[in-house]
Ligand binder design. Structure first.
Ligand code: MOS
Length: 688
């Protein structure tokens, strides 16, 4: 990590004092409140929306349903096509919205709506024997649904040692502190929104597609965002309702989803079931890797979590097979959440590697070092930097792995059993082209505009620092403007691509501005000087396999009587190249590790199959790791600069820390107790 100067967050003070303004907080005059109404059946047809009682309240301005909503056009998933048809594909799908002059009246009106349905049979169980399973052509992020190298079955049959187990992860929900929020206004054919999202340009594009207008007719303002983690990547069903209400009423409309509404009106992660088969020679050389992933999508849209994608790139094997199968359930379309695919897939693969190490009587670190591939196993591409071995070795040193006795269930003090485990981490390098504008003023100050968004990562601060570095001026002379679609095409805060993508555009604009200023002999013209740069043509060719890597080392204690798991220590070492800001990078890595720990021990959305219902749809019952769950947490960044990666020389960091950490915890639990937990989360009844 070369950025010694970890400047503190620009907006830190505003956020903790309440001065930072979030989407819902803009004082827009004459604004109406929108309360979306979700279906109370899991599958069926709306036969009537009786609004008589609701409309009797003079504060209720309108009730919108499929009979009177304006037409929308297909955009990203069918879930956002709200109020377009009477068909109900899942419980909680938006079937109506009440618009009123006060929030209370909108909510009360929603209570008074009488929505009648014809109910149809539904399916809400992820069942490997489901006769209707599909074999998708591709997964999210464009990986092939099935890829085969060599003869996996023959290699498994001939292997000296083989393991064959099934690992599952439950549906999981993003719970950003700030739920989905929007204020929408129409000005003729222009849509103006204050919106909580993971990319104002993507939001403008998404709303534009839905309404059949160009993205530059949608003005999105997103100054501060209280978290996203994947739930705000594209316009959500919930937010689109407000744009519909504004169209119908001709007035500004505001909406903020309740925590419970977030569970069906914003996207979440599918459940996954991975069967992993590994075959090896006695010396630990892998001869076969088979990853068969089952997951679900909704009945209205195909979304295929890339659960097997990490298995494509991790370990050498002449025989490698990755398959994805898809069930169609009456649940909301799942979408990206915190390292999509990598999080559940690496829980499975890294647990299986631990099981193979025990089957071989081999150290799990040595097993991974033995199977380091010369090129990417699934594609044969050379790596654009790897450093997995460096991360594993450095982590083992810092953690004190060498002194470990591999025997499970033998370290006991009082009621506590102690154990340690490790797992690898990986996350692909994504980078998107986009524009940024840099301005020099005669007073010696500089302004840079880019349609970036800071969802809590510290992106604004990292860009501020990148601008100052690129211009060679003190940060105090630089202002960075983000959070507006009007600043031009730009990356999402998604796929851990944001800061590198925006940083690349910003640097290009600053370098060009510097050149232009030099042409003027360093003097700034009276009316200033402005340069807009576009990095669309500067993207790296797909001639290398580029990923960030890491290694997690975990120490747990498990209560032998109750099965309670406490993570005493979680140590990660990461190879992500250059960091724009050391402080916010460190926080991102720690945050990722906490999310992994949380997925390991707490997080699960429980589906009641009889009702097609997410049962635990709030923070009282959807458990997330809190401060009391976190003890020794350490993230280290590996020094290295030799990679051919992004325009800023750094790889993604946002999601890297999440990947593999759940397996490190599960592997430590096995070492402590001798109990192999293959189903997340690792709750007490699964340990005992
Ligand atoms: Mo992240 S799941 O790419 O927002």
């Amino acid at each position: 990590m070369s950025a010694g100067s970890g400047l503190p967050r620009l907006e830190g003070r505003d956020k903790v004092t309440g001065a930072a303004r979030y989407a819902y907080e803009y004082p827009i005059e004459d604004c109406l409140y929108v309360w979306p109404v979700g279906a109370t059946v899991a599958s069926g047809t709306v036969t009537e929306v009786d609004a008589t009682a609701a409309l009797a309240d003079p504060e209720v301005v309108a009730v919108v349903d499929h009979t009177n909503a304006p037409r929308l056009r297909p955009a990203v998933t069918a879930d956002e096509l709200v109020l377009q048809s009477p068909t109900v594909a899942y419980r909680g799908q938006v079937v109506a919205a009440v618009v009123a002059t006060t929030l209370e009246a909108a909510r009360e009106g929603a209570e008074q709506l009488l929505v009648r349905y014809v109910e149809h049979p539904h399916k809400a169980v992820l069942d490997p024997d489901d006769p209707d399973l599909e074999q998708p052509e591709t997964t999210n992020a464009g990986f092939p649904g099935t890829s085969v190298k060599g003869d996996v079955d023959a290699a498994l049959a001939a292997a000296d040692v083989a393991v064959d187990h099934i690992y599952t992860t439950p549906p999981e929900h993003n719970n950003p502190m700030e739920t989905v929020a929007i204020i929408a206004r129409w000005d003729g054919e222009r849509l103006l929104v204050h919106d909580s999202n993971q990319g104002p340009w993507a939001a403008a594009t998404g709303y534009g597609m839905l309404w059949g207008i160009p993205a530059d007719q949608v003005d999105v303002v997103t100054e501060h965002v209280g978290g996203g983690f994947g739930s705000k990547v594209w316009p959500t069903a919930g937010a689109v309702v407000a744009t519909v209400a504004a169209r119908v009423t001709g007035r500004p409309c505001k909406l903020m989803l309740t925590r419970q509404q977030m569970y069906t009106m914003a996207p979440a992660r599918t459940a996954t079931r991975s069967r992993i088969r590994l075959g090896a020679r006695r010396d630990g050389t892998l001869t076969a890797i088979d990853h068969d992933a089952l997951q679900y999508s909704s009945v209205i849209h195909e979304f295929v979590e890339q659960t097997g994608s990490a298995t494509r790139t991790m370990y050498a094997s002449d025989n490698l097979r990755i398959r994805h199968r898809l069930a169609r359930l009456n649940l909301p379309t799942p979408r990206v959440m915190r390292a999509p695919g990598k999080t559940p897939g690496m829980f499975a693969l890294e647990s299986a590697m631990d099981e193979l190490a025990y089957a071989l009587g081999m150290d799990p670190l040595a097993l991974r070092l033995r199977n380091e591939p010369p090129t990417e196993p699934a594609t044969g591409l050379p790596f654009g930097g790897r450093h997995l071995v460096d991360c594993l070795r450095a982590g083992a040193d810092k953690f004190g792995w060498a002194s470990r006795d591999p025997t499970p269930a033998v370290r006991r003090r009082g009621r506590w059993l102690f154990g340690t485990g490790l797992a690898s981490a990986v996350y692909p390098v994504y980078q998107q082209g986009g524009t940024a504008t840099a301005r020099a003023s005669p007073d010696g100050t500089f302004d840079v505009s880019v349609a970036a968004v800071d969802i809590g990562t510290g992106a604004r601060t990292a860009l501020w620092q990148a601008v100052a570095d690129a211009l060679g001026v003190p940060p105090s002379r630089v202002s960075v403007h983000i959070g507006r679609s009007a600043f031009g095409q730009s990356s999402l805060a998604g796929g851990s691509a944001g800061t590198a993508s925006w940083g690349g555009a910003v640097r290009k604009a600053c370098f060009e501005l510097g050149r232009r200023l030099a042409e003027h002999g360093g003097a700034v013209p009276v009316d200033g000087l402005e340069v807009t740069a576009d990095t669309a043509a500067d993207q790296l060719p797909p001639d290398h396999a580029r990923h960030s890597y890491g290694a997690h080392f975990c120490a747990v204690r498990v209560d032998a009587d109750t099965g309670q798991v406490r993570v005493d220590r979680l140590l990660g070492v990461f190879a992500h190249g250059h960091a724009l800001n050391a402080r916010t990078t460190h926080s991102q890595l720690l945050g990722g590790m906490v999310m992994g720990l949380s997925i390991a021990l707490c997080e699960q959305t429980i589906v009641d199959p009889r009702l097609g219902l997410f049962v635990n749809h709030d923070l009282a019952q959807y458990h997330i790791a809190t401060n009391a769950d976190i003890r020794g947490l350490e993230a280290h960044s590996l020094e290295h600069t030799d990679d051919d990666v992004t325009l800023v020389g750094g790889k993604g960091i946002g999601e890297l820390g999440i990947v593999g950490s759940a397996a490190a915890v599960a592997n430590a639990v096995f070492h402590a107790t001798g109990v192999r937990v293959r189903d997340l989360p690792i709750t007490v009844e699964r340990v005992r």
